[in-house]
Design a protein around this ligand. Sequence first.
Ligand SMILES: Cc1cc2nc3c(=O)[nH]c(=O)nc-3n(C[C@H](O)[C@H](O)[C@H](O)COP(=O)(O)OP(=O)(O)OC[C@H]3O[C@@H](n4cnc5c(N)ncnc54)[C@H](O)[C@@H]3O)c2cc1C
Length: 458
Amino acid sequence: MVDAAFLGDRAVVIGGSLSGFLAARVLSDFFKQVIVLERARYPVETPAPRKGIPQCTQLHVLLTRGRQIIEDLFPGLEAELLEVGAVTLDMGADVNWLNPFGWAVRFPSGFETLSFSRYILDWLVHRRLSQFSNVEIVEARYVQGLRTTLDRTRVTGVVVRPSGTASSEQTEPEELIADLVVDTSGYSSQIPKWLQAIGYNSPEEATVTTSIEYASRIYEIPQDFQESWRGVYIQAAPPERTSMGVLYPIENNRWMVSVCATAPNCPSTEETEFLKALQNLPSDRIYNAVKRAKPLTSIQPYRPSGNRLYRYERLKKKPQGLIALGDSVCSFTPIYGQGITVAALGAVLLQECLQSIKTKGSDLSQLPTRFHQQLAKINTTPWIAATSQDAKYPTVKGINKPSSLIERVMGWYMDRLIYLTTQEPRITLALFNVFHMLRPSSTLFRPFIVWRVFRSLF
Ligand SMILES: Cc1cc2nc3c(=O)[nH]c(=O)nc-3n(C[C@H](O)[C@H](O)[C@H](O)COP(=O)(O)OP(=O)(O)OC[C@H]3O[C@@H](n4cnc5c(N)ncnc54)[C@H](O)[C@@H]3O)c2cc1C
C-alpha cells in the first residue's frame, strides 16, 4: 500500500547532474523515497570539475529563467552562490557584446545575471538536495538497463552495478525496484536502446551539428585590472567568421575565458595557439586582458556533440513508469546557454504533472504520455533558436531542406534586431528578456520594436 501522502514508494533517477538533481528535488514531494544513481564520483572536499560531466571545465552561463526556477526549488541558493563569490553582472553595463554588426551600446539595464563556475553550482545544488531526508544520492553506480513487468507494459525499476573501479564491471548487477524511473543521464542516455531491448521502438531522433570546438582556461584577474567592463562576449558571425570568444568573471577573482570555432580554426590547447586565437578575434579586448594575467588551469578542450532531440512524444507505444528529461531528451549547441534552463523547465513540468495527478487522485499511468507531449512544446523554441543559428555555419550537418520563406524573414528580422543593439538599449533589453527565456519571442513583435526595425531601413 502506497502512503496516501505520496504517489509512490520510490522514484529512481538515472544520472546525478543538474537535471537529475532538479528532478529529484521535485520527486521528493511526491515519492516516499527518491534515489539518484550517478556513475561517477563527486568531489569530496571542495567544488571541482568531475568525471561524468566533462563540460564542467567550460564556461556556463545560467539564463535568468533557469536561475529563478532553481531558486524556487532551493530557496536561498542565490544567496549561497553570492556568498561563495558569484559575480553579479548588469548585462547592459558590465558586459561588452560584439555582435556581427558592431558593439552593442552599453547602458545600465537593471538586467542582472550571476556568473560562476559550473562546478560550484553543482556543488551547492548537490549539498542542498542531500539535506532532503527522503533523497539518497548514490555515487559510483552505473545503470545498465531497465526492469519491466512480465507483459512489458510497465517499467518497474533499473539494473545497476557499482562503477569506477577495476573490479566493478565483474560485480553482479542488482535490481532496484521503483514506481517511477526518470532518466537524466544526459547525451549518452541509453534509453532509446533499452526501449528496443524491451520490445518498444526507439524515438525518432533529430541531430544538427556544426562541429564547433571549445577551449577554456581560468585566469586570475590582475590586481591592477581597471576597465569599465567586467565581461566580454565576441559573437561569431557565420558563415564568414565562425570563431567566438568569451571572458566572464567567476568566483574567487577569476576569469573564465573560452574560445570556440569550427575547423579549420578549431581552438588549440597549446598556449601560444590559444593566445593567438584570442588575438585573431575581431576585437583584441579579451587578448589584451589575459595576455598578462596568471593562468590558473591548463587549457581545457571540449568537443560538444551538437543539437540532438529525441521525439519521445511521437512514440505510439511507451511503457508506463518511465520518463526522461534534460540533455537526455534534448541537448543543444552550448554557445546559446540553454541546457540547464531547459532542464529546469522540464523539472517544473514534472512538478505540474505530478501535482495534477495528486489533486485528481489518479495514478501514474498517464504520466509518460502527458509529460512528453508537454516537454516537446517546451523544447520547440530553444531547439529552433539553436538550430536556426547553427544553420548559418558552413559545417552544419542535419539541416537538409532549404530554409522556408518564413524562416528567412524571421532570420532577417532577428538580424535587424541584433543590428539595432548597436544603437538602442530598449531593443537590447527586449532581446535579453527573450534570450533569458523570461518573455516569449512574440514580444519582439511589439509595435515599438517593429516600428524601430522599419525605421532602421531608411
Ligand atoms: C561545452 C558545454 C558548455 C555548456 N554551456 C552551457 C551554458 O552556458 N549554459 C547552460 O545552461 N548549459 C550549458 N551546457 C549544457 C549543460 O551542461 C547541460 O544542459 C546540463 O549539464 C544538464 O544536463 P543533464 O543533467 O541533463 O546531463 P549531464 O550534465 O550530461 O549529466 C548526465 C549525468 O548522468 C550520468 N550518467 C550517464 N549515464 C549514466 C548511467 N548509465 N548510470 C548512471 N549515471 C549516468 C553522468 O555521469 C552525468 O553525471 C553546456 C554543455 C557543454 C557540453
